[in-house]
Design a protein around this ligand. Structure first.
Ligand code: ARG
Length: 279
């Protein structure tokens, strides 16, 4: 059942890629890391004193607005008109505990942090990896998942380990940690895509030599595309957390309390098990 759901979502993604997204890859080789640090510093001045919309609405018991990029099964993906997945369920459980309604909006991955910074959204839950650059721009909750960047290649590829990526064409989703870390590969030719699935399609078409992406989505994409495999050696180990506006300690503390309850009660694991079947 859950597998079917993911299969449908992936099939839809693929259809979208095939019909609408031909040739969206850009061929820049610059590092993406800097892009996320743009507003650092400027935003920190008012930290702590801010009464954000989120804090106001949480006091009123209103609505929490979450932004995500629903191209990332099993964490967030489209199921007909709904956005479902581990992050969607966790966010719903947190909102329930806070006595608030949850609204989920879908947008490009590299727009998520700006949306939280500007107060357009209360938080982002998007399989988002905690890293030092992002911490300059948003505050992260306690982590709720272990993750890794892995490498997808075609079966029979000469790329057998991360060290073999030097000088290769590498597909990534724009603004992700895969994008950032690929920038460290010697002479890498990084091809950026709006969706991870588009990078995987480029791999099946021989337009890139490898894709660097998070492990669980990688498993879903590889299952849906014949002739691909994930290398045993991961590229990095990471952790996911929810991000809120810098200085919004009220929301951060409430979310951390809810996350702790979800962990302690086993509810969090139940959500994960609903979407990820043990092999
Ligand atoms: N973990 C990676 C990052 O934080 C990729 C996340 C992509 N998430 C998404 N919903 N598309 O950069």
């Amino acid at each position: 059942m859950k597998k079917n759901k993911i299969a449908v979502a992936v099939a839809l993604c693929m259809a979208a890629v095939l019909t609408a997204c031909g040739g969206t890859a850009k061929t820049e080789t610059t590092k993406a890391a800097g892009a996320e640090t743009t507003k650092a510093g400027a935003e920190t001045t008012k930290a702590g004193a801010e009464t954000t919309k989120a804090a106001e609405s949480s006091a009123a018991g209103g609505k929490l607005v979450m932004v995500t990029n629903a191209e990332f099964p099993p964490y967030e993906y489209h199921d007909n008109n709904d956005i479902v997945g581990i992050d969607a369920d966790i966010a719903k459980a947190i909102a329930d505990k806070m006595g608030m309604e949850l609204e989920i909006q879908d947008m490009a991955f590299d727009s998520l942090i700006p949306a939280v910074q500007s107060g357009k959204a209360d938080f982002t839950a998007a399989g988002m990896t905690v890293n030092e650059d992002r911490k300059k721009n948003v505050d992260f909750t306690d982590t709720y998942a272990q993750a890794a960047q892995v490498i997808i290649v075609k079966e029979g590829s000469e790329i057998k380990a991360p060290a073999d990526l030097d000088g290769k064409k590498i597909g990534v989703q724009t603004g992700t940690t895969g994008d950032i870390y690929a920038g460290d590969i010697k002479d890498a030719n990084i091809q950026r895509f709006n969706k991870g699935m588009e990078a995987v399609m480029a791999l099946t078409q021989g337009k890139v030599d490898a894709v660097v992406i998070d492990r669980e989505p990688a498993k879903v994409f590889v299952k849906e595309n014949a002739g691909l495999k994930i290398l045993d050696e991961a590229f990095t180990e990471e952790e996911y957390a929810i991000a809120v506006k810098k200085g919004n300690t009220e929301l951060l503390e409430k979310m951390n309390a809810a996350i702790k309850e979800l962990k302690d009660s086993g509810e969090l694991q139940k959500i994960v098990d609903k979407y990820i079947t043990a092999e």
